[in-house]
Design a binder for this molecule. Structure first.
Ligand code: ATR
Length: 262
């Protein structure tokens, strides 16, 4: 029988994980079936128990269950502990294991673009779960300084206070979105602004060489402004493929090349 995998969320119809994992399977010759599972908002735990009780190998977790998945796991990777969120589950000897591959997905996507990360000065706009998940992997990839700009300054300050010890070699700073200024190698939009159709204003006093929008498939005023400045830009499809590949590699012990799936 094929190895069984799934992605769980609510809603789940929009997920592209099954097509990605089937493409990785075709590339590597692994016989697997990857399905979508819609769990009721109060039914996450029962759903994953049932999946693993029936021989499921691994699950991806998406909105709104990543924090619940984190709370359920008995063994967690370092990066999942820091992200306080889990997007990758597997069962080993009856023990639920969790990891978070989102940040490595972003790092791999940026590397596939041949953009620099080593010794860089990075601005991340937004201070929610998406930002929390990428700081540690960006630090591991060699970022020198990360400034977190958020509409609600206190939230960015809290993130810096929470994460500074885990990334001691990295300079972390919180600023208010109203005071966006300075020179950066890379700016990353980790807000949900484009998902809700809101505009973000990038002032002239803000200079940058590369711009990455984490969301994808929606009009983004962030990307429009970056393109108007003629800097290289990219949106979140590479990150989506990257996180999926990292999960695939955890479960199957083989990691195909990201560039083959962009
Ligand atoms: P996620 O888990 O995707 O990061 P989240 O935790 O809801 O989602 O965080 C959303 C982020 O987008 C926050 O940083 C939020 O800013 P606030 O902390 O001030 O709420 C940011 N955000 C959402 N809409 C925005 C907008 N229109 N302009 C600026 N920032 C916005």
């Amino acid at each position: 029988m094929s190895k069984q995998f799934a992605v769980i969320g609510n809603p789940i119809e929009q997920s592209r994980s099954p097509e990605l994992h089937h493409a990785f399977a075709a590339k590597t010759g692994i016989d697997l079936n990857y399905s979508k599972r819609l769990a009721p908002l109060d039914g996450f735990e029962a759903n994953i128990q049932e999946f693993f009780a029936h021989g499921g190998i691994g699950m991806n977790v998406t909105v709104p269950f990543k924090e619940q998945a984190f709370a359920q796991c008995q063994v967690l990777s370092e990066r999942a502990k820091i992200a306080k969120a889990v997007n990758t589950l597997w069962m080993k000897n009856g023990i639920l294991h969790g990891d978070n591959t989102d940040g490595q997905g972003l790092v791999d996507a940026i590397r596939a673009l041949n953009w620099p990360l080593e010794n860089t000065n990075i601005l991340i706009i937004g201070a929610g779960g998406a930002t929390r998940g990428v700081i540690y992997p960006l630090a591991q990839a060699g970022a020198k300084k990360i400034v977190i700009a958020n509409r609600t300054l206190a939230r960015a300050e809290q993130l810096v206070a929470d994460l500074q010890d885990a990334v001691a070699q990295l300079e972390l700073q919180a600023i208010s979105l109203e005071h966006l200024a300075g020179e950066f190698d890379l700016v990353i939009n980790a807000t949900s602004a484009s998902l809700s159709g809101d505009a973000l204003l990038l002032p002239e006093a803000l200079q940058f060489n590369y711009a990455y929008e984490m969301a994808y498939g929606k009009p983004s005023s962030f990307l429009d402004q970056a393109k108007a400045r003629a800097v290289p830009t990219s949106e979140g499809f590479g990150m989506l493929v990257g996180q999926a590949l990292e999960s695939f590699s955890i479960w199957n012990g083989i990691k195909p090349d990201l560039k083959d799936f962009l």
